[in-house]
Design a protein around this ligand. Structure first.
Ligand code: NAD
Length: 350
């Protein structure tokens, strides 16, 4: 596969401090936040939100081929226009991180190999490297520079939970190798906290959606099929349900965890709207006014039947709660995709 054209790397700092936000803010010339996975779905939104709040950001990403790297180039492009952003194209699993981290204010660690279905078999070593090894190296460098880390965990650590809504105290029983690597990262965080005093808070995101959602995720695939008039393959009965979280809500939780008085916690980040896949397909059809051409297949190994987050802890300790309801968030995702698709169709016909 040919390498996508990547954006320019080095940029200087020089932002106006007028838009300072809620974070424990530093004066002009202040230390940057590190965002790993800055070209990914959630990381690119987080980066933009931090920049909009007047923070400076060093984004690290190696543009993996889990999905088309050109999509990631587009994700990070808006941040590239901001002089307070610097992109470092590097693999966390083998890059020297101490220098990058030495003058930082804190680390948002979102880089990972996502996806449950592809984590079986021979690709497991990729999950080990991009999830466990990369995270261990981020923790080491953060200890060395005394930085707080907020890292992405996942609802996948629960597997098919014993009860719903599921609280952080529930026994984690992942049903995919991906979930196992995410749980291992949490354990690693605890180890670095107990032995080296690392401040590391993990966020168990529940199915995040919105503009730029990863192309392998269900809403993206549904919307893409609707836009192209192509077939959508449904894995399972459609009755599997998820607690859906709009990306801006996930980003607010992530920043709140960095800004928190509490440290070294694990929090559920769930949008509070549980819906089955069949319900959400019907909703997208209604919102778009288009009909999906559906083909049903057996359920995929690693997919859980249900997720539902008990978010009492993050509400009590961080004052976070989701703000975007599923129909509103889906409409935003739909608009962002269908606008582009319609322009492309008009161009190709005109
Ligand atoms: P994403 O794949 O869009 O983003 C991850 C980014 O990390 C990619 O741009 C990739 O190139 C980069 N990356 C991977 N390995 C790297 C490495 N070794 N060095 C440098 N960069 C590397 O995924 P996303 O959906 O934005 O997820 C972000 C985080 O949230 C991940 O840790 C994921 O496991 C977690 N998460 C996501 C969801 C969700 O619904 N999207 C749910 C639960 C947890």
């Amino acid at each position: 596969m040919s390498e996508p054209e990547l954006p320019n790397v080095a940029r200087s700092d020089g932002r106006d401090s007028a838009e300072l936000g809620r974070l424990r803010l530093r004066p002009a010339g202040r230390a940057p936040f590190i965002v790993t996975g800055c070209a990914g779905f959630i990381g690119s939104h987080l980066t933009e939100t931090l920049l909009a709040r007047g923070e400076t950001v060093v984004g690290i990403d190696c543009f993996t081929d889990y999905y088309d790297a050109a999509v990631k180039v587009r994700n990070v492009a808006p941040s590239q226009d901001d002089p307070a952003f610097r992109l470092v194209r590097a693999d966390l699993a083998d890059t020297e991180l101490d220098t990058l981290f030495s003058d930082a204010a804190g680390v948002f660690h979102l880089a990972a190999q996502p996806g449950v279905r592809s984590s079986w078999g021979t690709s497991f070593d990729v999950y080990l490297r991009r999830n466990l090894l990369a995270t261990q190296r981020v923790f080491e460098a953060s200890v060395a520079s005394g930085l707080r880390v907020v890292y992405a965990s996942s609802s996948s650590v629960y597997g098919n939970a014993n009860g719903y809504p599921t609280a952080e105290t529930a026994e984690p029983r992942p049903v995919s190798p991906y979930g196992v690597t995410k749980l291992a990262c949490e354990q690693l965080a605890r180890t670095y906290t107990s032995e080296f005093g690392l401040e590391a808070t993990g966020l168990r995101y529940f199915t995040v959606y919105g503009p730029r959602q990863r192309p392998d995720m269900a809403f993206s695939r549904v919307i893409d099929a609707l836009a192209r008039g192509s077939r959508f393959t449904l894995f399972g009965t459609g009755e599997q349900s998820r607690d859906f979280t709009f990306v801006a809500d996930a980003v607010r939780a992530t920043i709140a965890a960095m800004d928190a008085d509490t440290v070294s916690r694990v929090y559920n980040v769930g949008g509070g709207t549980e819906a089955t896949l069949s319900d959400t397909i019907a909703l997208v059809e209604r919102l778009s006014g288009r009909q999906l051409d559906l083909v049903v297949q057996g359920s995929a190994a690693g997919d859980v039947r249900r997720t539902a987050a008990d978010t009492s802890l993050i509400r009590d300790e961080l004052g976070w709660e989701p703000e975007v309801a599923l129909p509103d968030g889906l409409q935003l995702q739909l608009d962002s995709v269908l606008d582009v698709a319609d322009v492309e169709t008009r161009l190709s016909h005109g």
